[in-house]
Ligand binder design. Structure first.
Ligand SMILES: Nc1ncnc2c1ncn2[C@@H]1O[C@H](COP(=O)(O)OP(=O)(O)OP(=O)(O)O)[C@@H](O)[C@H]1O
Ligand SMILES: O=P(O)(O)OC[C@@]1(O)O[C@H](CO)[C@@H](O)[C@@H]1O
Length: 310
């Protein structure tokens, strides 16, 4: 089983708003509301790839109940820790006329020390029956920045492989535990090395630096440009086809799902990267975040190329 952890689960609402402009009134004709937050998106895509998955993390209040009910309706197993307060609403306003995406993310509940300890115990328990535990997204208020680092250790001690997809200080700290895989985007990876050039050389240097830290796989996703990746001390370039994009929110999460499923199935790095990129691109073809069709993933895999460059 693959377990996903979303420390700040959300209702992900998407408003499709042609000619969106600030300071104007818009009547929204098309909208989607799904259980979301990065780890839940990963779980949904793992489920679409037909691997057993359990979604875990923190929920609160009425929105938390919505999240559980929505997952149950989708047939996704879940075991959340419920805390005081209200789970957040994350709003993405997408404008098909310009391709713009405007995101408004609420803060979500504040955790107590007891909540944090209970979450660690839950992760330890789930890790015992999992091959991989994927921790994704920002940490909620009250959660120490070292949380992911502690959990990387807990997951490994309990026999599963830890995967981390977060940013900022939580990523820097979590990397000290040497998770199996991280997937920063180009901005996140350059922040790690303090470089301000987003060119390929800087990204490659950053990938080498991360691998030298003892992290086996680092996949730097580059949106429509595909990805550059370091796996087992080799460097790969992933080239993806040009597609008609509807909404890229959740493409990173979908890519993680493909990579983890690929690892679980024992695929070679090239095939894992192909599956990851196909899931990311398939997500961009759907209006909602973290949603892919298996048929589209399989079709896209045929037009994605992965080249070992060093
Ligand atoms: N515009 C696009 N066209 C085609 N594929 C895309 C596009 N954007 C993203 N993808 C696919 O999804 C993968 C991950 O995307 P991206 O680099 O945007 O991740 P991210 O920044 O972590 O996304 P998010 O945080 O919104 O989940 C890319 O490597 C690519 O395969
Ligand atoms: O605040 P976080 O946890 O970093 O990001 C939350 C979020 O923007 O990420 C997902 C897309 O990747 C959305 O489902 C969700 O709303």
């Amino acid at each position: 089983m693959i377990t996903t952890i979303t420390m700040n689960a959300a209702i992900d609402k998407t408003y499709i708003t042609p000619s969106f402009a600030i300071d104007k009134l818009h009547r929204v004709k098309e909208m989607y509301a799904f259980a979301g937050g990065k780890g839940i998106n990963v779980a949904r895509v793992v489920h679409a790839l037909q691997e057993p998955v359990t979604a875990s993390g923190i929920i609160a209040g009425h929105n938390g109940k919505f999240i559980e009910a929505a997952l149950a309706e989708e047939g996704i197993a879940h075991q959340f820790v419920a805390v005081e307060g209200e789970s957040r609403l994350c709003l993405a306003i997408t404008d098909p006329s310009t391709g713009s995406v405007t995101e408004l993310l609420e803060a979500g509940p504040a955790l107590t020390e007891e909540d944090v300890e209970l979450m660690k115990l839950t992760i330890a328990r789930l890790a015992r029956t999992s091959t991989h535990v994927v921790m994704s997204g920002s940490l909620p208020q009250g959660c120490p920045v070292t949380f992911y680092k502690d959990c990387v250790d807990i997951i490994r001690e309990n026999g599963a492989s830890p995967i981390l997809d977060t940013s900022g200080d939580a990523l820097v700290s979590g990397m000290e535990g040497r998770p199996l895989l991280i997937k920063p985007n180009e901005h996140e990876v350059l922040k790690l090395t303090g470089s301000d050039h987003a060119d390929e050389d800087a990204i490659l240097q950053a990938i080498h630096a991360v691998m030298e830290q003892g992290i086996q796989s680092v996949v730097v996703s580059l949106g429509a440009q595909g990805a550059l990746a370091g796996m087992y001390n080799r460097i790969y370039r992933v080239t993806i086809p040009k597609v008609d994009v509807l909404n890229t929110v959740g493409s990173g999460d979908s890519m993680i799902a493909g990579l983890v499923v690929g690892d679980k199935r024992g695929m070679l790095p090239e095939e894992q990267l192909k599956l990851g990129a196909a899931c990311g691109t398939a997500n961009a073809l759907t209006p909602a975040a973290g949603m892919v069709s298996l048929t589209q993933v399989e079709e896209l895999m045929k037009s994605i190329s992965v080249q070992q460059i060093s």
